[in-house]
Unconditional design. Structure first.
Length: 83
C-alpha cells in the first residue's frame, strides 16, 4: 500500500510541476497563445504524465511522452484542422 501512495504523491508533484512550467511559459508570451501553441502545450503535459505513469516515474518515459504528446497536439491543431 505504501508504494501506491508514494506513486500517487510523485504523480501529483509531477503534474503540479508541469502545470507551473506551462503556466510560466505561457505568461511570458507577449501575445495570447495561438490554438496550435495551446494544443502543443496541452499535448506535452498529458503525454508527460502518461509517459511517467506508464514507466513507473521514469524521467526518460516522461520526456518521451511529452515529446509524443506535443507532436500529437501539434497535428490535431494544425491550421487546416477543423475547429
Amino acid at each position: 500500500m505504501n508504494g501506491i501512495l508514494s506513486l500517487t504523491g510523485r504523480l501529483m508533484a509531477l503534474v503540479v510541476a508541469q502545470f507551473l512550467v506551462v503556466a510560466v511559459g505561457l505568461a511570458a508570451c507577449s501575445s495570447p497563445p495561438t490554438r496550435q501553441e495551446i494544443g502543443i502545450a496541452s499535448g506535452a503535459v498529458v503525454g508527460g504524465v502518461v509517459g511517467s505513469v506508464m514507466t513507473g516515474g521514469s524521467t526518460l518515459g516522461m520526456a518521451a511522452g511529452a515529446a509524443g504528446g506535443a507532436l500529437v497536439g501539434r497535428e490535431l491543431t494544425k491550421n487546416g484542422a477543423k475547429k
